[in-house]
Ligand binder design. Structure first.
Ligand code: TXA
Ligand code: MG
Length: 326
């Protein structure tokens, strides 16, 4: 496995590996993705295998333009409008799949819909040169924390990936928001890097919150997810003996008893907190503590996605039969 900084050489090596149906870990503004050719079953199978991800859990097809989406999915006027407004960026849309398109069935796990997104930065540039969509789940083993640095990818996937392109820490640090537009209502399938309020401003109507009964709509949204080894104690008002502390905002009165403490954003900024979330959870988990106390985080804007990821990281693992997915 090699790690190369973003450069002409890194792009050339990436294109070469993709053409050989191999996978490459690439940075996006949200999290690092494990990318492969969306038309090639062999490449997609390698992604599932590297992540140990169940194959019923579909992938996001990444594109470099709206035109590229139209080759394999139906884009109506509303979807087009939203893509124009927010792409490239941390927003994924679930659209009807065009059966005539070249996307491989493994990418969509046989569903008649497909999730699409145009990421920012070098990822989009590579798709633009390659001229094919790339499927890419987050570059972590299924059920682990999503990586926001090249080092985190290397720690988790190691030699099972040939190349990691290092674009530095991800600027957003939390996965994309996933929505599905509908005639009656628009569904928020996964809160993420784009606050739902911003989407509602453009569509002019409220997004319907995803709930567990809609599970079939977002196969990867099982409750236990993003699992660190340590247990999380959410909305902590104090620190208890032998806990580490994931703080947010003002320091707790007895914060000094924490084994170690990291503050997501000392002045309470949600953008900064999202950016640090997975990295700080990983760092605290690596101490080998049994519990991590997590200070309360507001539930609006990006806070919705942060609380969603924390709730999944805190969920009991035993209540779900199979390992979780994305
Ligand atoms: O920010 C992101 O979205 C990152 C970067 C790499 O782009 N990708 C990412 O992919 O988070 P992944 O595979 O870890 O999560 C994608 C989620 C999964 O929960 C999956 O079930 C859901 O998208 N999904 C994919 N296709 C779907 C579809 N047709 N309908 C509903 N949900 C879908
Ligand atoms: Mg994931």
């Amino acid at each position: 496995m090699s790690i190369l900084p973003v450069s002409a050489l890194a792009i050339e090596r990436t294109l070469h590996l993709l053409a050989q149906k191999k996978v490459v870990a690439l940075p996006t503004e949200t999290v690092y993705g494990l990318a492969g050719d969306a038309f090639e079953g062999e490449a997609i199978a390698l992604i599932y295998n590297t992540k140990k991800r169940p194959i019923f859990n579909p992938l996001i097809a990444h594109v470099s333009s709206i035109d590229m989406v139209e080759d394999f999915a139906d884009v109506d006027a509303r979807a087009y409008n939203i893509m124009r407004r927010f792409w490239p960026g941390p927003l994924t849309l679930v659209l009807p799949l065009k059966p005539s398109g070249s996307l491989h069935k493994l990418a969509t796990a046989g569903l008649d819909t497909v999730a699409v997104r145009q990421p920012q930065g070098v990822f989009s540039k590579i798709i633009d040169i390659y001229q094919r969509p790339l499927v890419a789940p987050s570059a972590n083993r299924s059920g682990r924390l999503s990586p926001t640095t090249a080092r985190a990818v290397a720690d988790d996937l190691g030699d099972s990936v040939d190349l990691i392109v290092d674009g530095g820490p991800c600027s957003i640090g939390i996965e994309s928001t996933i929505i599905k537009l509908g005639e009656e209502h628009d569904l928020l399938l996964r809160p993420g890097g784009l606050p739902p309020e911003q989407i509602e401003l453009v569509t002019g109507r409220a997004l319907k919150q995803y709930d567990q009964q809609d599970a079939i709509q977002a196969p990867g949204m099982l409750r236990s997810h993003y699992a660190p080894r340590a247990q999380l104690r959410l909305n902590a008002q104090d620190v208890r003996p032998s806990e580490a502390l994931l703080a947010f905002g003002p320091t707790l009165p007895n914060a000094d008893i924490a084994i170690r403490s990291l503050n997501l954003s000392p002045d309470g900024r949600l953008i900064e907190a999202a950016m640090h979330l997975f990295d700080y959870l990983k760092q605290l988990d690596e101490l080998g503590v049994e519990k991590i106390a997590v200070q309360e985080i507001p539930k609006h804007g990006l806070g919705l996605a942060i609380n969603d990821r924390l709730a999944r990281a805190a969920a009991p693992r035993s209540s779900f039969g199979s390992p979780d997915c994305a």
